[in-house]
Design a protein around this ligand. Structure first.
Ligand SMILES: [Zn+2]
Length: 133
């Protein structure tokens, strides 16, 4: 397991754009259908925008129509952490980067096979590392 990345709020604020900071550190949600990667199909690896950890492979990405990039599974189990989120009067499962605790999005049990899961992730929390041909 990679070493944890722990920074102060001021350090994150200096490193991230205001939108990246709001989503990853303050658990904001980008507006649906606006994210950079919603319809991206380029092969590559999606990394955590805050710490660079590999989170999702393009092969696991699918078009869910929900307005955010969606994946059936993380690139490895330990890449993401999950926590119960009771905000906004709902019980959801929050998905976080396991290395820097950045908020990524939520996971829902209504995805396609083989996992049946839909990792609904904010584009702004991700950075696509394109695969070279
Ligand atoms: Zn991270």
């Amino acid at each position: 397991m990679a070493n944890k990345v722990i920074k102060t709020e001021a350090e994150w604020r200096a490193q991230l754009t205001p939108e990246q900071f709001a989503v990853t550190r303050k658990k904001a949600t980008e507006r649906p259908y606006t994210g950079e990667y919603e319809h991206t199909t380029a092969p590559g690896t999606y990394r955590c925008v805050a710490c660079g950890q590999e989170l999702f492979a393009s092969e696991a990405k699918f078009d869910s129509g929900c307005g955010w990039p969606s994946f059936t599974a993380p690139i490895t189990g330990p890449a993401v952490a999950e926590e119960t989120d009771r905000a906004h009067g709902m019980v959801r499962t929050e998905v976080l980067c396991s290395r820097c605790d950045s908020h990524l999005g939520h996971v829902f049990p209504d995805g396609p096979g083989p996992t049946g899961l839909r990792y609904c992730i904010n584009s702004v929390a991700l950075k696509l590392d394109p695969r070279k041909k």
